[in-house]
Design a protein around this ligand. Structure first.
Ligand code: ZN
Length: 162
């Protein structure tokens, strides 16, 4: 069947940047299944997959505005280290959940630190990066009503509470 909204789509994929560096891949993690039409994946890839079917292979170039967004300087903040209430040692590359000015939960990444301040970046790590996906469509099935209601797929081996 062809991919339309409310299909559960199984893929394998490799994601590279424009320099050919592999940023992410389903290899070693098993195939990736998502709910089509529910913004589970970046918009540029989702629209390229619409109408494709199992067995199709495609390569998709996605600019940042159809990927993880542009890199926004205002999302980089220097925070006094004492504001971090954690027993863990903070290191560059660590990620925290934080509340944005609009009250949304966002993931911030520690990008720099010295004795007094910690620099956190609220941009997605791939913001501002053009993405190149090499995708094989492995399977397409109708999503269940429960999956559509939840906005994500349920795989047999991974249970979650709602
Ligand atoms: Zn669910």
């Amino acid at each position: 069947m062809k991919i339309t909204d409310n299909c559960a789509v199984t893929l394998d994929y490799t994601l590279t940047d424009d320099q050919g560096t592999v940023l992410d891949s389903s290899e070693g993690r098993g195939d990736f299944t998502y709910l089509h039409g529910a913004s589970n994946i970046v918009p540029g890839l989702e629209s390229a997959l619409t109408g494709k079917g199992s067995g199709d292979e495609l390569t998709v170039h996605v600019e940042p505005d159809q990927g993880y967004g542009d890199h926004i300087k205002a999302l980089i903040q220097k925070v006094p280290s004492e504001m971090f209430e954690t027993d863990q040692e903070i290191t560059v590359g660590m990620q925290f959940h934080a509340q944005s000015a609009e009250g949304q939960m966002v993931v911030v990444t520690v990008t720099e630190m010295d004795d007094e301040t910690i620099t956190v970046d609220g941009n997605h790590p791939l913001a501002g990066t053009a993405l190149n996906f090499a995708v094989n469509v492995i399977d397409v099935r109708d999503a269940t009503e429960e999956e559509i209601a939840h906005g994500h797929v349920h795989s047999g081996d991974c249970s979650h509470d709602h």
